[in-house]
Design a binder for this molecule. Structure first.
Ligand code: HEC
Ligand code: HEC
Length: 202
């Protein structure tokens, strides 16, 4: 599973084109493939809403391309890679990203080295109350879901932890944000390293 996800990501990375250069989508592909579950207007139905500023402002286009391709196989979102052509997957992702009204929140763009430190593991327990102590999901979504982790970049994880998901109980942890705890950028990266370490052990 892990290897398949990784190689799918790798081949995607080689084919992803910049957002510009796509014809504006009329949303027909979204309606065809996604609306039954995510709602006609993206506001949610059987599955969670996708038209949410908190989500749209904290993840890039690739998150949607990867999520559509890989799905959340154990959580009811089908993997569409191989069944929908790559071009159409991109078109759907661009359509969804087009719902965003405010700017994407800023975060340093870099990857972490996966690793387990006592501090990273300790900081991860801050998330347990809402995401489950094993990251299995509770009131908040599962943090260690393989489809999710294979879809999100370290930068988008950092963005989400720094600023939270505005408009939801997921508050930003960056110092001065007034969340449940205040963390430095370095501490946030330790959590991401630990999450990637756990991912590598799945
Ligand atoms: C059969 C129902 C179903 C279909 C069809 C479906 N999804 Fe999903 N999707 C889900 C469910 C259920 C989840 C929540 C998974 C979880 O809780 O981890 C989800 C999660 C997602 C997420 C993650 C949302 C987040 O908050 O991070 C994205 C992005 C997504 N779907 C995009 C799509 C797109 C785009 C399509 C169409 C190509 C699609 N899905 C089709 C059921 C579906
Ligand atoms: C008070 C509850 C709460 C706490 C504490 C919390 N979260 Fe969240 N988190 C949420 C909720 C609720 C969401 C879903 C937000 C949404 O609807 O988009 C979320 C979403 C996320 C997401 C996006 C997941 C996805 O599938 O799209 C990430 C990543 C995340 N949280 C990381 C963390 C980390 C790391 C910590 C600990 C440092 C943490 N959260 C602490 C409630 C919480």
């Amino acid at each position: 599973m892990k290897i398949i996800l990784k190689s799918a990501i790798l081949s995607l990375a080689l084919t992803v084109l910049p957002v510009t250069g796509f014809a504006a989508s009329d949303g027909s592909l979204y309606l065809k493939y996604c609306s039954d579950c995510h709602g006609k207007d993206g506001l949610g139905a059987r599955a969670p809403a996708l038209k949410k500023e908190g989500l749209l402002r904290t993840v890039g286009l690739d998150y949607f391309i990867n999520s559509i391709t890989l799905g959340r196989p154990t959580r009811g979102c089908p993997a569409h890679g191989g069944t929908i052509p790559d071009e159409e997957i991109k078109e759907i992702a661009v359509y969804i990203k087009g719902w965003q009204k405010e700017a994407t929140l800023e975060a340093p763009e870099r990857d972490v080295t996966p690793g387990r430190t006592a501090k990273g593991e300790d900081l991860f327990t801050l998330c347990g109350g809402c995401h489950g102590l094993e990251g299995e999901g509770a009131m908040g979504p599962p943090l260690l879901d393989p489809g999710f982790l294979a879809s999100i970049s370290d930068t988008d994880l950092r963005r989400t932890i720094m600023w939270g998901r505005p408009g939801t109980p997921m508050k930003g942890y960056l110092q001065g944000m007034g969340g449940l705890a205040t963390l430095t950028e370095e501490e946030i990266d330790e959590i991401i390293s630990y999450i990637r370490y756990r991912e590598s052990k799945q």
